[in-house]
Write a protein that binds this ligand. Structure first.
Ligand SMILES: Cc1cc2nc3c(=O)[nH]c(=O)nc-3n(C[C@H](O)[C@H](O)[C@H](O)COP(=O)(O)OP(=O)(O)OC[C@H]3O[C@@H](n4cnc5c(N)ncnc54)[C@H](O)[C@@H]3O)c2cc1C
Length: 379
């Protein structure tokens, strides 16, 4: 079987590794530059993911985790959440007798590790700086501007939230903008940073810290689209200082950038002409709980498990049935957190407070939540 993957980001590259290991012939098409041409020692990029333990173990079994530069990932062993009313709950890996909950990893470093892996295998063809000119789904062929045609048995759309594969297959999307922007900033701190991630909710939106190494962190500040869009450099530096200095002391801002927040889901994940969507092409969620790429990796695992057991059309249907339910459940949880923790409404705030009080006191519930954060089960 020839598997063609459009999009060589985190999820598409993981699909290429998995498809190669399943014995398929693979072509990976990426419209951007090859990640193999990025220098390894470049400073931390802004795009960072928290990958939970279950997925990290999977990446380890695939043989890619050991290839990620050690300076571009950090294990974290605790996470805490504080409500608008100042109620706080902390979860630790130690409570479930584990050394860590997951890892913070630079997206580029992980993508590079996966591209390095597939570049070593002759049954995978990597094509960067490549754009598909047209999709002939009935003939199961892609056409390039050079006049070349590429046939496939399975076309995987891993081309992110604005998926050309989904459009070509006529797959509709449903979604909305949260009217919020997420500002990410890499900072160097004077005091050591604990290997713990935290998030604090306030009226405008939450703010959070992801630890990167002993004196480096990624600060995340969610505010209204208008507030961050209109802020100049000085206002951004001042906003970060006011928000984070009380928690982490003085720091030096190294780089920052902001992303609009959008929730979107494909109305179908598959097309009967041998097309399947995975990762953000199928679903993009609020990054609040750092689950986007974890869901994408789960898509890859489920898709190839189904393909190993069933004929192609049945496998695609099985994949869609399972992952659509899982992903929509996570989207609902994210929306409930987004609304519940920000709400002005007394009832919503009371519900959050009662929930957190219960969580902080009930050991079995705490353990269940910690295992869910590690990817072992769903909430
Ligand atoms: C601010 C922010 C913070 C986040 N933090 C986390 C986190 O902590 N943990 C987590 O799990 N998730 C997080 N996410 C979500 C996570 O980044 C995404 O879910 C993940 O990157 C999706 O990967 P993907 O490969 O599906 O899509 P993408 O990362 O969008 O990759 C798509 C790839 O396809 C390529 N492409 C696009 N169109 C074409 C085309 N027509 N032809 C060829 N190639 C194409 C692109 O160049 C790109 O390389 C965060 C997201 C945001 C915005």
């Amino acid at each position: 079987m020839h598997v063609v993957i459009v999009g060589g980001g985190l999820v598409g590259a993981a699909a290429a590794v998995t498809a190669q290991q399943a014995g398929y012939r693979v072509t990976l098409l990426e419209r951007g530059a090859s990640p193999l041409s990025t220098p390894e020692q470049a400073p931390w990029d802004l795009r960072i993911s928290s990958v939970h333990e279950k997925n990290r173990h999977w990446l380890q079994r695939l043989g890619v985790w050991s290839r990620v530069e050690s300076s571009k990932h950090l294990a974290y062993d605790a996470l805490s959440v504080t409500t608008r009313d100042g109620l706080s709950v902390t979860f630790t890996a130690a409570e479930v007798d584990q050394p860590q909950l997951g890892v913070m990893v630079e997206n580029n470093a992980l993508i590079r590790a996966m591209w390095h892996y597939v570049a070593e295998h002759s049954q995978v063809e990597l094509r960067s700086d490549t754009a598909v000119q047209s999709y002939d789904l009935s003939g199961q062929q892609l056409h390039f501007a050079t006049g070349e045609a590429l046939s496939y048995d399975l076309l995987i759309g891993a081309d992110g939230a604005n998926s050309a594969v989904a459009r070509a297959a006529g797959i509709g999307m449903r979604g909305w903008d949260y009217d919020m922007r997420c500002l990410l900033a890499i900072v160097e701190t004077e005091k050591p940073v604990a290997p713990a991630t935290w998030e604090i909710f306030r009226e405008q939106g939450p703010y959070a810290l992801l630890p990167l190494d002993q004196h480096r962190a990624c600060l995340i500040d969610y505010r209204s689209e208008q507030e961050w869009r209109s802020a100049d450099e000085a206002a951004i530096a001042e906003g970060l200082e006011q928000t984070f200095a009380p928690h982490i002391g003085s720091f030096e801002l190294q780089r920052h950038g902001s992303f609009p927040l959008r929730r979107q889901r494909a109305l179908r994940y598959i097309d009967t002409r041998g097309v399947v969507l995975i990762g953000d092409a199928a679903h993009s969620i609020h990054p609040l709980a750092g689950q986007g790429v974890n869901l994408g990796f789960a898509d890859v695992q489920e898709l190839f498990e189904q393909l190993a057991q069933k004929p192609l059309d049945q496998a695609l249907r099985g994949y869609e049935r399972k992952q659509m339910a899982v992903n929509q459940q996570m989207m609902r949880v994210m929306d409930a957190i987004h609304v519940g923790f920000r709400s002005e409404h007394l009832a919503a705030r009371a519900a959050v407070a009662l929930g957190l009080t219960a969580v902080s006191k009930l050991a079995p519930l705490r353990k269940q939540i910690i295992r869910a954060a590690m990817g072992d089960s769903q909430i």
